[in-house]
Design a protein around this ligand. Structure first.
Ligand SMILES: NC(=O)c1ccc[n+]([C@@H]2O[C@H](COP(=O)([O-])OP(=O)(O)OC[C@H]3O[C@@H](n4cnc5c(N)ncnc54)[C@H](OP(=O)(O)O)[C@@H]3O)[C@@H](O)[C@H]2O)c1
Length: 242
């Protein structure tokens, strides 16, 4: 199937990580659908992508982090855009350093788990059936790497990231044989747009190109690609089927 016949659903596609992936997928000729709770974010995404790819970007306002919201967004997507062939999930948030546990509330912990784990689970449950039984389809998770996050005040981020990592591991183990290619890119570094780069950070555009290549022609399934520095993006790119 050519890229122009494929429709990638980018969950979290209006975010920092997701927007780099969306741009790269569009530049490779894919059609891309993005669901966001925030129309303003979708407007910003439309001005960020390459102008000649605009007709291939489909946007829906919705909340894929709730069961009803995900089902509603799925219905709208299937009716207005068509068959989904690939999913990339980069839900969550960029950073959390709210303080040591004794200074936090249960509400803070709920928010972290809700944003990193529940949204990933709920959207996976809604959208995975669309691609699960087709060997030309892919589902790719983008996660952080919990073990590298411990520094003062980041405890709950570590809990949230670890829960998303565990969820991905559970999927690999519960579903060892799948027609759909199920992969994970685990990022042990900050990710930012070029104007917000800091030492050790990955450019979201470079990450986007690597993830788009993985979606385009994955060689493997059930793989975890760990990216700790820009050079590691090659391992993601190398998984491309030649
Ligand atoms: N940025 C980094 O430095 C970095 C580094 C390593 C790993 N990561 C990982 O990459 C992922 C994305 O990070 P990011 O920097 O792109 O964050 P971001 O800019 O805050 O974007 C996150 C996206 O997730 C969506 N989302 C969050 N909670 C949701 C919920 N409850 N229901 C529905 N959608 C929800 C947001 O949707 P809306 O558009 O609806 O708000 C947003 O588009 C996270 O898993 C993070 O751990 C990021």
């Amino acid at each position: 199937m050519s890229n122009s016949d494929r429709l990638v659903l980018a969950l979290g596609g209006a975010g920092t990580v997701g927007s780099g992936i969306v741009k790269a997928l569009l530049d490779k000729g894919f059609k891309v659908a993005v669901i966001s709770r925030d129309n303003g974010r979708l407007d910003r995404l439309r001005t960020f992508i390459s102008p000649n790819t605009k007709d291939n970007l489909f946007t829906i306002v919705g909340n894929v982090g709730s069961e009803d919201g995900a089902e509603q967004a799925k219905k709208e997507l299937l009716e207005s855009v068509g068959k989904v062939t690939d999913v990339v999930s980069s839900l969550g948030f960029s950073w959390w350093q709210g303080g040591p546990p004794h200074s936090q509330t249960l509400k803070d912990l709920h928010w972290v788990i809700d944003t990193l784990l529940y949204s990933t689970f709920v959207s996976w449950k809604a959208f995975f059936p669309l691609v699960r039984d087709d060997s030309s389809c892919t589902y790719t998770f983008i996660t952080g790497g919990a073990e590298k996050l411990l520094m003062p005040g980041t405890g709950f981020l570590t809990v949230g990231a670890a829960s998303a990592l565990s969820f991905c591991q559970i999927l690999r183990e519960e579903y060892p044989e799948l027609p759909c290619k199920l992969n994970q890119v685990k990022i042990n570094a900050g990710v930012a747009a070029p104007d917000r780069m800091a030492p050790g950070y990955l450019d979201h555009l470079d990450l986007g190109v690597a993830v788009a290549s993985l979606v385009e022609k994955p060689n493997s399934s059930h793989s975890v690609f760990t990216v700790s520095c820009p050079a590691d993006l090659k391992t993601v790119l190398l998984d491309r089927k030649l």
